[in-house]
Every structure is written in C-alpha cells, then in structure tokens.
Design a protein around this ligand. Structure first.
Ligand code: FES
Length: 98
C-alpha cells in the first residue's frame, strides 16, 4: 500500500504529501526540492543530509550504510541521510540550501 503522509519541509515551510514507499530523498526530489544528492542515493556522499526536527524516534533505524557514515562524520541523532529514511506522518525536516 502506498500510504501518503504529511511532510513539512524547512526552510521553505511547505507541507507536502509524501509517499512512505519512497525514500525521503525521492519524495523531496518529486516535490522539486533541490537538495544535493551526489551519489544518487547510495548512502556514500552525505550531501543529502537533513536535520530531523521532530519524531526522530519514529524513523526507521539507521542501516549499516548510514550507521557507518554517521559514525565517521559524528552526526547527531537528528542528522539523517534522506536517501536512507522513509517519511512518517507529521515529520518535519530541514535541509541546507547551497
Ligand atoms: S544521496 Fe549520497 S548519501 Fe544520500
């Protein structure tokens, strides 16, 4: 089932319908958010990093790829790779614009 959830994107402050079947990165790109993603979602570049403003405990746990990357870079709990997570209802994320 392709469940749609509300996703708030900062700094734009817009709320979009996001598909839980897609990664957060895929959802952002589908809504024309110009977030960097140099490795194309492989979890190796880190340019798709987002700051999770709420509900981080409801997100899928870090997989091995993301865990290794986050440890190397010293990510805090709210820093996630958008290509490795899926949205949940009411999620608020912030990304850095270039
Ligand atoms: S797109 Fe490269 S780590 Fe997510």
């Amino acid at each position: 089932m392709n469940k749609k959830v509300n996703l708030q994107i900062l700094p734009e402050g817009i709320v979009v319908k996001a598909s839980q079947n897609l990664t957060l990165l895929e959802n952002l790109l589908a809504h024309k958010i110009e977030i960097n993603h140099s490795c194309g979602g492989m979890g190796s570049c880190g340019t798709c990093r987002v700051f999770v403003e709420n509900k981080e405990s409801l997100l899928n746990e870090k997989n091995e790829i993301e865990k290794e990357f986050a440890e190397e870079r010293g990510f805090s709990d709210c820093e996630r790779l958008s290509c490795q997570i899926h949205p949940v209802e009411g999620l608020i994320i912030r990304y850095k614009k270039d």
